[in-house]
Design a protein around this ligand. Structure first.
Ligand code: ADP
Ligand code: ADP
Ligand code: MG
Length: 675
């Protein structure tokens, strides 16, 4: 076995890899960018080396620099994690030349599976069924259009170099084909530097079922059963589980064998995942068809669910195979125990279109781990930061139990006990999904989230939630809790709460900002630690705040006990309650409220990022809801849309420019204003 390992990654996966490496007695070497000096993976490593700037291109993607560090630090192997350099054949080759073991397959296998068209062609050759469609065809518009007609609409245009759910377009009608093709090619060129596409039949509401495989350098292969990753948003996985609900022994066996054939076709060794799409029939059965979509030649984000049901440490296996050991177990030694579910906790705000939410973490509360039924893989800690430069995934929660119901129940409980303050997360959204009756019934497909989005409770903030947050801010300023700066925020009505109380039962009107939006509430103090809050025409009695432990606080709302978490950020109180994140502060009457005054005519950058595309020019007439620009931030694209119908009066940034959070990008004028 190796004596040392360099982990060429960051965040939760770097920490997770080091955990296994440490257990096996390896010296762990981390690399980090200037944005990650205080990151958890740096603290956890035996040694850590700064490799460059925050931008991934000049740090985590700089293969030469990483190889140099590995050489200087005496690393015997490099684990690339997922993302970054994990599927970079050139880097795998570079490791080989530097005589450092790459923990992954050979460069040739990465290359064969790297482009979706070549991979599909190869699978056809070895008899693995692929999604109906065409690949490797002439890329002329006319030819592609003819092929699309032949496949039959709706079709999916896919960038052959795509990944992470990007570079895919569904086309419903022939008349949209040409424009959608152009858009997809442009996107693919931008994101992957390659505009070759393939066409597939679009399969309506299918299931995504993938097989974990493992190979060693002696030609042995096993599969470690399936994972169902059907709960997706924009083709990106959100919740994964193993085994797949309703899976039969025979179907599992057929899929497992097909996955092994796929791996054998490229002489694969190490951990890999073969992704299949399964057309939705109500119930899986022994004859259910499945089609190869792609193979990911690396460790997958959702690998922990497989570890829970098989008891295998996949990272340990990866290291053993990389060290030329034989696979520790054969197919017959492997079996499934119980059920496991993973949720991906993202720094994003489901209530505002899943906008990423980078920032400092002011408070963090994880559920207690007492038995072996919960695992939390995270790369952040209190005081840490979710950087805008990287992926918004902050943690994964994984539960296991004898039954699927048990794993769901444990997850629901774990999510209730999770609180992140300072950034917004999808925790409430995940809790909604986990406890949705259709999910509990095992009725999952890739259209699930889209179909249920509008009815999920955590996406709509009620007056009740706002009332609790306002009362929390009042209670906080009255306690001797770590009240930081609140005692001297003299200009805030909050600071005067005590004074108001001196006269007994009093009522006042509070002007507050909740998430920066001015909100007015009427507050009555009938007695100590009791607030009557009237907001948006509703009245709530909020009493008996217990904030001794701010992350595990509780309060009575109309006699029902509610748990919540709070943390202070200067004069702002951060509140997390029932899956909702709120920030509450006194309204600043001196701040100029230009956005409110302009009625949606000012379009600002919702976060720091790069203005990737501009679709409008000065003088253009636009309609409310029109897409005017695309901002790229945290590896995602965010459309900026017109808040009103009108005329583009001014454009304040140009394509390719870096813009800051809140910067004005486009100003609109109503047409009547012109008159
Ligand atoms: P996995 O297949 O391992 O579950 P995904 O398919 O979700 O992971 O993501 C594949 C790769 O894309 C990962 O390496 C991840 O770092 C990256 N990725 C994840 N989220 C995004 C995103 N929002 N945009 C672009 N890439 C992403
Ligand atoms: P990526 O490399 O981005 O992961 P995949 O080919 O694995 O791309 O597809 C990602 C997701 O898109 C799948 O999990 C599935 O939900 C959806 N998808 C892919 N191909 C099809 C198809 N032909 N019909 C319907 N949905 C599809
Ligand atoms: Mg995929």
């Amino acid at each position: 076995m190796f004596k040392s390992i360099l982990v060429a990654n960051r965040g939760e996966i770097a920490c997770r890899i080091m955990r296994s490496a440490k257990n096996m007695g390896l010296r762990t070497i981390a690399v980090y960018s200037t944005a990650d000096e205080h990151a958890l993976h740096v603290q956890m490593a035996d040694e850590a080396y700064l490799i460059g700037e925050a931008e991934a291109a000049s740090s985590y993607l700089d293969g030469d620099r990483i190889l140099q560090v590995a050489h200087d630090a005496g690393a015997e192997c490099i684990h690339p994690g997922y993302g970054f350099l994990s599927e970079n054949a050139q880097f795998a080759d570079g490791c080989k030349q530097a005589r450092i073991a790459f923990v992954g397959p050979d460069a040739a296998a990465i290359k064969s599976m790297g482009l979706k068209d070549r991979a599909k062609a190869l699978m056809e050759q070895v008899g693995v069924p692929v999604v109906p469609g065409i690949h490797g065809s002439d890329q002329s518009v006319g030819e592609l259009e003819r092929q699309a007609e032949k496949i039959g609409y709706p079709i999916l245009i896919k960038a052959v170099a795509g990944g992470g759910g990007k570079g895919m377009r569904k086309v419903e009608r022939p008349e949209d084909f040409v424009s959608e093709l152009a858009a997809c090619q442009r996107e693919a060129k931008n994101a992957f530097g390659d505009d070759v596409v393939l066409l597939e039949k679009f399969i309506e509401n299918p299931r995504h079922i993938e097989i974990q495989i493992f190979g060693d350098t002696f030609g042995n292969y096993v599969h470690l059963f399936e994972r169902d990753c059907s709960l997706q948003r924009r083709h990106q996985k959100v919740i994964e589980e193993a085994p797949a609900p309703g899976m039969t022994e025979t179907l599992r066996d057929r899929m497992g064998q097909a996955a092994i054939e796929a791996a054998r076709a490229v002489s694969y060794h190490g951990a890999g995942t073969v992704e299949f799409i399964v057309p939705n029939s109500q119930q899986l059965n022994d004859q259910t068809p499945f089609y190869f979509m792609e193979m990911n030649t690396r460790l997958q984000v959702e690998h922990p669910v497989t570890e829970f049901i098989t008891g295998v440490d996949l990272v340990e296996w990866q290291l053993r195979v990389a060290a030329s050991e034989i696979l520790p177990l054969q197919q017959n030694d492997l079996s499934i125990h119980g059920h496991s579910i993973e949720v991906r906790l993202y720094a994003e705000d489901p209530a505002s279109g899943f906008l990423p939410s980078p920032g400092k973490i002011h408070g963090l509360c994880w559920p207690e781990i007492s038995n072996d039924d919960l695992r939390i893989d995270t790369g952040v800690a209190t005081g840490g930061e979710v950087s805008r430069f990287y992926d918004p995934m902050v943690a994964k929660l994984i539960t296991t139990a004898e039954t699927r119901d048990g794993a769901i129940e444990r997850m629901a409980q774990a999510l209730k006990q999770t609180a992140v303050l300072g950034i917004k997360t999808n925790a409430g959204f995940l809790a909604d999904l986990i406890s949705h009756e259709d999910f509990v019934r095992g009725s999952v497909d890739t259209g699930f989230i889209e179909a249920h989005l509008a009815t999920l409770p955590s996406l709509t903030r009620t007056a009740r939630i706002e009332a609790i947050a306002i009362a929390a801010r009042l209670a906080w300023s009255e306690t001797d809790c770590p009240s930081e700066d609140f005692s001297n925020d003299r200009y805030s009505p909050f600071g005067q709460a005590n004074a108001w109380q001196l006269g007994g039962g009093r009522t006042t009107v509070l002007d507050v900002e909740i998430d920066g939006v001015r909100t007015t509430a009427r507050v009555g103090w009938p007695q100590d630690n009791v607030y009557e809050i009237s907001i948006a025409g509703e009245k709530f009695l909020v009493s008996n705040f217990n904030i001794e432990n701010p992350l595990k606080a509780s309060v009575n709302v109309d006699r029902e006990t509610v748990s919540l978490s709070v943390a202070a950020d200067g004069e702002t109180l951060l509140v997390y309650v029932d899956g909702h994140h709120l920030s509450v502060r006194a309204h600043d009457f001196l701040a100029v409220d230009d956005v409110a005054g302009s009625g949606g005519a000012i379009i600002r950058a919702p976060m720091t990022g790069k203005l990737q595309r501009l679709f409008a020019a000065q003088g253009d007439v636009v309609a409310q809801g029109d897409r005017l620009a695309i901002l790229e931030a945290m590896k995602m694209e965010h459309p900026l849309v017109a808040g009103i119908s009108g005329i583009v009066a001014e454009i304040k940034a140009s394509e390719g420019e870096q813009v800051g959070d809140g910067d004005i990008i486009i100003m609109l004028e109503t047409e009547s204003a012109e008159v």
